[in-house]
Design a protein around this ligand. Structure first.
Ligand SMILES: C[S@@+](CC[C@H](N)C(=O)[O-])C[C@H]1O[C@@H](n2cnc3c(N)ncnc32)[C@H](O)[C@@H]1O
Length: 202
């Protein structure tokens, strides 16, 4: 089945009823969009930082199903028990852009400090998947699950909208040179700061 990440009736299995499923980011203020647009005078990215961003037409998950949101209710030893994680439903090659991390885009200053789903986006913005988001909000941190992360956050330019997005990519490092095997959990690093502020894993 073709995986359409949009619209009514196409939410992934196990999607929570109290979270809005997004196909595109939501902007808390429409003027913020230009900050993510290369070529706009309001763009927050300039010079090398902009130049080095890859341009991608369609992340893998927007072409075909490659992940599933899995309940951890029957895995009591999992550190994110009894909630959810995102798992690979096929082998994933190193360096693949899997999906954008979607949510509500705000100025960093307006971001909800207490959200467990909020990321920095470029120098001045934040994207929060707590109340509205996509599969990206289910990626757990690797700590206590795997020895190293197998996916990473990296920004890219989305070719169809010419806007910068935060992406979740299959890591392309020596420890992950075989990529991710079908059935494995996708695990990222939230960064030490995330856990330090929660007094966990420090
Ligand atoms: C972005 S969410 C990840 C998805 C979450 N498990 C869920 O079902 O909604 C971040 C939250 O997941 C939990 N989490 C993620 N990785 C974890 C880990 N390695 N150890 C313990 N808790 C984790 C923590 O509660 C964290 O605040």
């Amino acid at each position: 089945m073709h995986h359409d990440a949009a619209g009514a009736g196409s939410k992934p299995k196990n999607w929570p009823s109290d979270v809005v499923y997004l196909k595109h980011p939501v902007f808390s203020n429409s003027q913020l969009r230009d900050r993510l647009r290369p070529g706009s005078s309001a763009c927050d990215y300039t010079g090398k930082a902009l130049h080095e961003l890859p341009t991608v037409s369609t992340p893998l998950l927007q072409q075909k199903a490659a992940t599933k949101i899995t309940s951890l209710a029957n895995q009591p030893s999992h550190p994110a028990h009894p909630h959810f994680g995102l798992f690979a439903t096929k082998d994933l090659k190193p360096g693949t852009l899997l999906l954008p991390y979607l949510g509500v885009v705000t100025l960093s200053d307006d971001a909800d400090e207490n959200s467990d789903y909020c990321l920095k986006l470029g120098p001045n913005l934040a994207v929060d998947g707590e109340k509205k988001g996509n599969e990206g909000r289910f990626v757990n941190d690797y700590r206590g699950i795997q020895s190293k992360p197998n996916v990473e956050f990296r920004e890219y330019i989305d070719k169809s909208t010419n806007e910068i997005r935060m992406g979740i990519w299959v890591m392309n490092t020596a420890h992950n040179k075989k990529g991710i095997k079908k059935g494995s959990e996708l695990c990222i690093s939230y960064g030490k700061g995330f856990w330090k502020s929660r007094s966990v894993y420090v």
